[in-house]
Design a protein around this ligand. Structure first.
Ligand code: NAP
Length: 493
């Protein structure tokens, strides 16, 4: 339906983005924030027509799309507020001490925008992690132009949201080239974008294969650039014995809901549940199976994701020592993912890397460990994860300190007695984790701290007050929090 961008078109887009970068970075934080708020308002103006088109393209129900659109607008407006507040700039000032021996110079540091950012729209978040999603919002807040490669599975949605961004840019007098939107159903467009010398950073959410390819291309460039890719995660959940004694049926019900939420198409889907062999664990397995049987299959995002689900689920279920516990009792139609849970021993999991792989959809594997040593061994053999969850009492936690410490090494968000699905958009959120869940565990892709991904520090040494950026001047004209001689301060120096 839409034409793939050609290499020549990409070159023109990147030249314009590079020019726009030099104009946009000079605008005030307030001007950037006003642009972002205008995008939110233009998305709102798209009304129910947007929801209709996205529903047709993604099979997602209207209520979910309404929520996701609201979340997307909240990301834009709350990151706009954060942009103006300026904490993310990490402004640091150390004033000169001329009579020290040797004299200490005046040094002032802050984050500045990195340059044009290429964003790959995610299939599983057509609004919140696509065209005007979190990566785009963070890049605009940081002062960077954005080039979006729309996800082919929701190209019309992407096109509509792109037009909303263009309108907002026009209304707020943004420089030409501040935003571009391209289509590309093959890998060539992504490759050309990543390899273009004016691309300075990349945001991506999707498969491990896709994210790793973009990361490798970025690192093979003459000038390597950062790729913030969120890839695969199976989000292990650890069931501890005292907790199972207290509320096994409730935990099973809670997890049946989390495994199947959004047909399991969330990066935080709990794909692995780990417990100790016991009557309590067996009761949990039986109860989870009963709940899963009752849940109906539902249409997945696109035929490719459905195909992957069918293949990866079948591959996991066919591994030695993997036993199917339960499958939805309703027969799935074409493109519908059937809720499924299976089980394997701790030893089988440790011996078989296939069982460590993400099965993107409503699927979870329960691992039965023979003792706590084996459970800790499982943790130590797990790849990096976006989240890990403990279902535990305080007694469990105090008694199993080594397990708790081991889990802290492998995840970005550590949840207690809750489910990993549902990612709050707030400053304290960490949505990232050790490789392969992301390519850079030091950053988050949710919450205003995500702005820092698209900025890098510069220190000004010995510059006179008038020549410094407003953020670092003595008068603090923007009224932002800064660290002055090691103390947080807003006052004039
Ligand atoms: P994807 O295949 O990784 O695609 C995401 C985006 O990256 C698309 O725009 C795609 O373009 C591009 N891309 C992928 N591989 C590329 C490559 N080698 N070179 C250049 N561009 C590339 O993800 P998806 O289509 O959304 O879903 C496929 C699978 O990814 C799912 O079945 C699931 O396993 C996984 N997934 C995981 C998460 C998560 O959060 N953990 C989220 C979404 C998907 P093209 O479509 O044009 O190739």
């Amino acid at each position: 339906m839409y034409k793939d961008a050609t290499a020549e078109e990409i070159d023109v887009i990147m030249q314009e983005a590079w020019k726009a970068f030099h104009a946009y970075r000079k605008l005030s934080l307030k001007q950037r924030a006003d642009f972002m708020r205008a995008i939110a308002s233009e998305i709102d103006n798209l009304g129910d027509e947007l929801l209709k088109v996205t529903g047709e393209e993604t099979n997602l129900p209207e209520a979910r799309l309404r929520n996701e659109r609201a979340r997307t607008m909240f990301q834009l407006t709350s990151y706009a507020d954060a942009c103006e507040r300026g904490d993310w700039l990490e402004a640091r000032i150390d004033t000169a001490v001329p009579d020290r021996n040797p004299p200490k110079p005046d040094i002032r540091k802050m984050l500045v925008p990195i340059g044009p950012v290429v964003v790959f729209g995610a299939s599983n978040f057509p609004f919140a992690y696509s065209t005007a999603g979190g990566d785009t919002a963070c890049a605009f807040a940081a002062g960077c132009p954005v080039i979006v490669k729309g996800h082919p599975a929701h190209a019309r949605t992407s096109e509509m949201v792109a037009l909303a961004i263009f309108k907002a840019a026009e209304k707020t007098n943004m420089p030409k080239g501040i935003f571009a939107h391209v289509h590309g159903a093959g890998n060539e467009v992504g490759e050309a974008l990543i390899k273009h010398p004016f691309t300075k950073a990349v945001g991506f959410t999707g498969s491990f294969i896709g994210g790793k390819q973009l990361f490798d291309w970025a690192n093979q460039r003459k000038e390597p650039i950062p790729v913030f890719a969120e890839m695969s995660s199976i989000n292990p959940v650890f069931l501890l014995p005292e907790k199972l004694k207290q509320s096994v049926a409730d935990v099973a019900k809670l997890y049946a809901g989390s495994i199947t939420l959004g047909v399991g198409q969330f990066c935080t889907n709990p794909g692995l549940i780990i417990g100790l062999e016991s009557d309590g664990l067996q009761t949990f397995i039986n109860s989870l199976g009963e709940e899963i049987k009752k849940l109906a299959p539902a249409a997945m995002l696109h035929p490719g994701i459905f195909k992957n689900y069918v293949e990866k689920r079948a591959n996991s279920l066919s591994q030695p020592d993997v036993e199917t516990i339960a499958v939805s009792e309703t027969e799935p139609q074409l493109n519908q993912g059937a809720p499924t849970v299976a089980s394997a021993s701790g030893q089988a999991f440790l011996n078989n890397p296939v069982l460590h792989q993400e099965v993107f959809g409503p699927y979870s594997l329960v691992i039965r460990c023979k003792d706590m040593t084996e459970m800790i061994n499982v943790v130590n053999n797990l790849e990096g994860q976006l989240t890990a969850t403990l279902m535990a009492t305080e007694t469990d936690i105090n008694y199993h300190e080594e397990l708790v410490e081991a889990i802290k090494n492998i995840c970005g968000r550590f949840i207690l007695n809750n489910v990993p699905t549902g990612v709050e958009v707030c400053l304290s959120m960490q949505h990232g984790g050790p490789f392969p869940s992301t390519t850079d565990s030091r950053f988050t892709s949710v919450g205003a701290d995500g702005i820092k991904r698209f900025a890098s520090p510069i220190a000004f040494q010995n510059w006179s007050n008038d020549l410094l950026p407003a953020e670092l001047r003595n008068e603090n004209p923007l009224g932002i929090w800064r660290t002055v001689n090691n103390q947080p301060a807003k006052e004039t120096l």
